[in-house]
Design a protein around this ligand. Sequence first.
Ligand SMILES: Cc1cc2nc3c(=O)[nH]c(=O)nc-3n(C[C@H](O)[C@H](O)[C@H](O)COP(=O)(O)OP(=O)(O)OC[C@H]3O[C@@H](n4cnc5c(N)ncnc54)[C@H](O)[C@@H]3O)c2cc1C
Length: 372
Amino acid sequence: MGPASYDVVISGAGPAGCAAAITLADYAPDLRICLIDAGHGGARKAGDTVPPSIAPILRHLGLWPTFLSSGHKPAHRSVSAWGALHIATNEYFFLGSDTAWQLDRRVFEQSLTEAAAARLSRFETGVIAGCRQTGGCLTVTLKSGAVLTARYAIDATGRAAALSRMMTASPVIFDRLVGCLAFAPDSQTERNELLIESFEAGWWYTACLPRGRRVVACMTDAEQIRPLGLRSAEGFRARLANTRYVEAVTNGDGPLDGPHVLAANSRLTEAQPGLPLLPAGDAAFATDPICGQGIVNALRGGVYAAYAVADWLLREDPKGLDRYRAWVHASFASYQMVLRDFYAVEARWPDHPFWRRRQTARLSPAPERIRQ
Ligand SMILES: Cc1cc2nc3c(=O)[nH]c(=O)nc-3n(C[C@H](O)[C@H](O)[C@H](O)COP(=O)(O)OP(=O)(O)OC[C@H]3O[C@@H](n4cnc5c(N)ncnc54)[C@H](O)[C@@H]3O)c2cc1C
C-alpha cells in the first residue's frame, strides 16, 4: 500500500491550523484534508488574554456559542505602569470596543481541535519529522514512520515553523525576547484585568485565569535570564518581590509552577513562491506578546491561508496566494510600527540594552535582524 494521499496537509492544530482546517472543510468540502498535531493540547502554551476582536472571527468560524459557554473570563480593562510609576487604565468600553477575555487555553484549544476534527478527512496525532518535494507534491514523514503525500501543505506549527524550516525557509528573527512564566493559585479573583509593569530589563505581566489560577510572567531578553536569576523559583520570587504592583496581586509565598522559559520574539518566515507550502499563524509571523494579538492573528491567518490554498487547488487561481503573502507583509510592517511606538513610551531606562535596542530600532530604517 502506498502513502495516504491528501489534497491538503495542515501541520499544527493550534489556533492557526484549526482555523485553516475548519475554513477549508466548509469552503471546499470535496478536498481531502489531514490535520496533524504533536499533541501537546495547549498545555505548554502561553497566551491567555485575547482582545475583543476575537469575537467576529469566532463567529465566522461558527465557534462563538461554544466559546461563550466554555468558562473563559470576560475582562473589561487592562492596567499598566508603563513609562511612569503610576498605573494607567484602559477601559475597553471607552475604546468603543467590547469585552476582552482571559482564556482557559487548554479548553480553548480543545474546542478548536474538536470542531476541526469533526469536519475533516483525517486528524492525526504525530510529530512531523520530514518533508520533501516530489514532483508537484509534498511527501511528509511522521516520527512514527508514517508517510503521506499532499498537493499543498499549510505550516501552522507555531514558532517552530517546522515544515518551512524543513523546506529551507528559516524565519528571520528580529529580537531576543523571552517570557519566564509561572502559574500560581489565585488569591485575588476579583482582579481579573491584565496588569503590565515595566522594569529596567523588561516588563512583567499578570492575569487571573479561569479555574482559580494566575499567570505571572517576566519578559526580558534571553541573555538577561541568568543575571536576573530567572531560571529558578527562588530567583523568580526575588525579582517578583522587587515589582511595585505585580507582586501585590500575586501570592508571593504560595506554590509556584515554573518558571518556564518560552521564546517570545518577533519573527517572519517568507513563503517560498513556487513551493506548495504556506506558513500561517506564528509560523508566518510571530509577535511580541505586549501587543496581545498573537491568537487573533493566528486565527485570521489560518482562515486567509485556507481560502488562498483552496482557490489554487480548485481553480488554479493564484490571486489568493499573492494576496495572502501581501497580507502577511503588510500586517508585519504595521505591527512593527505599533511595537516601536509602544516601546518608545517607556523612556526611564534609556541606557539599559533591553530598552535601548527597542528604542534605537525606531530610528533605523530596518529593525535589527538576527538570522538563526
Ligand atoms: C509569553 C507569551 C505570552 C503570550 N501571550 C499572548 C496573549 O496574551 N494573547 C495572545 O493573543 N497571544 C499571546 N501569545 C502568542 C500566542 O500564544 C501565539 O501567537 C499563538 O499560540 C499562535 O498560534 P499558532 O496556531 O500559530 O501556533 P501554536 O499555538 O504554537 O500551535 C502550533 C501547534 O503546532 C504543533 N506542532 C509544532 N511542531 C510540530 C511538528 N513538528 N509536528 C506536528 N505538530 C507540531 C504544536 O503541538 C502546536 O499545537 C503569547 C506568546 C508568548 C510566548
